[in-house]
Write a protein that binds this ligand. Sequence first.
Ligand SMILES: Cc1cc2nc3c(=O)[nH]c(=O)nc-3n(C[C@H](O)[C@H](O)[C@H](O)COP(=O)(O)OP(=O)(O)OC[C@H]3O[C@@H](n4cnc5c(N)ncnc54)[C@H](O)[C@@H]3O)c2cc1C
Ligand code: FES
Ligand code: FES
Length: 480
Amino acid sequence: MIRFLLNDREVCLENSAPEMTVLEYLRTKAEQRGSKEGCASGDCGACTVVVAEVVKQRLRYRTLNSCITLVGSLHGKQLLTVEHLQQHDALHPVQQAMVDQHGSQCGFCTPGFIMSLFCLYRNDHQPTRAEVERALAGNLCRCTGYRPIIDAALSLAGQGVADALAQQEAAVATRLTDMLQQPISASMQAGQRHFLVPTSSDELLAQLTAHPKAQLVAGGTDFSLTITQQLQQPDTLIYTGRVAELTQIEESEQWLKLGAALSYTDVEPLLQQHFPSFARLLERLGSLQVRNQGTLGGNIANASPIGDTPPVLLALDAILHLRSPAGRHTMPIAEFFTGYRQTKLPTSGFIEAIEIPLQPERQLYVYKISKRLDDDISAVCAAFSIELKDGVVQQARLGFGGMAATPARAFHAEQALLGQPFSEQGIEAAQQALAQDFSPIDDVRASGAYRLQVAQNLLLRAVLEQDNPTAEALEVVQYA
Ligand SMILES: Cc1cc2nc3c(=O)[nH]c(=O)nc-3n(C[C@H](O)[C@H](O)[C@H](O)COP(=O)(O)OP(=O)(O)OC[C@H]3O[C@@H](n4cnc5c(N)ncnc54)[C@H](O)[C@@H]3O)c2cc1C
Ligand code: FES
Ligand code: FES
């Protein structure tokens, strides 16, 4: 049985299709139609809801796109919808601010904006304009324009947004904790198709073995599109978000080990500490709603040639910790991708964790080239990890996305850099060698010639920025 709180009401789902999204559940089963369906692909934010869960005995709030979140993943959580904000006939302060600042015209996008603002103020009473923009970058409005909406958001900064919900937090945390302690099997099913919520790596392995056709789902930000866009009916789904080993962070002086089911939002603070340019790339991956859901493991296993984290993990010599019925083993990420969306993931296997060596002697440069700053897919993503001694390259790892059928290292260019000064002249041979490494294709995002030119230019950019590392991965917006 899948149990969660819909606002303050407990919901138990036993016989439901594994592919039911939260938005579908809200609009067709719970008869709460405040959350809207705009795109059904995670792009517009009209369906934004807030999900609270207990972390270190307190409620942690995050926005999600309900159109690409599966309802089974709500087990043990509280789903907060726009219907719940207005209490005793009084508008919630963020709703009142939108009215006062004329932040809504047709109103279709408004519930999504309201939920993003509600979550922002639940987590931070004094957001800056940059934080407001970050919170709203995944919400599109086609008629009001963003100025009044941002005014509404900023009008509350520093005031303390008091609402009745804040007083209910302790009681909600207790209810959710009790729910997770019940000895019930967290699952639901429709016929022979199940949605399963394992809590340990052993249980996950046993379920994958028992259901050979099962598909893993983590954040669902890639997988759910097969449901909402391709109308597929999956067989059994196994949700990784509650598996203890897949949601752990381990840290030593030599490495970081990040559970494969950690979301981008979960890992961002640690990456900020060790690899600031990697953390800044994450700021440009999808929107806040997508980063709250999407996971590193999903990005790697999805094996998209334009996934943003594999190029960086290639440059950092990351190691994948894999588990399957044959046991546990590790594999350098450079060996994992075998062809377009093909990997060496064993049958009934999964990624448990991603290990990233800490190599302070190397400088990491990360660049994402896309047509828009926020919520856009890369035309080219590049990550360079370079070790210099007296200005001469000792070690070089160049990871690229958007240049080939898989995320890939540029081995010829890496060789051409070794022993050369990291200077405009010193990288010329490596720039030429990139043409040996890659023959990128033309597609809607960019032409092959543009991609190659950009890859060569990014190497030059790294050279020019080597004394000013804070410039890395900043607002790189270029047009193909
Ligand atoms: C609006 C929007 C914007 C996006 N923008 C970007 C972007 O800018 N850059 C980018 O790179 N991506 C982007 N994405 C794609 C997506 O968010 C990422 O690829 C994300 O990391 C996928 O993670 P997930 O947890 O949601 O994966 P899921 O959808 O849950 O799973 C994806 C695949 O990985 C498999 N899988 C998941 N976990 C494991 C595991 N532990 N072991 C083995 N297999 C596993 C699943 O079975 C599935 O096949 C975007 C998506 C959306 C909807
Ligand atoms: S409906 Fe557009 S993001 Fe969900
Ligand atoms: S108010 Fe109409 S889309 Fe935003």
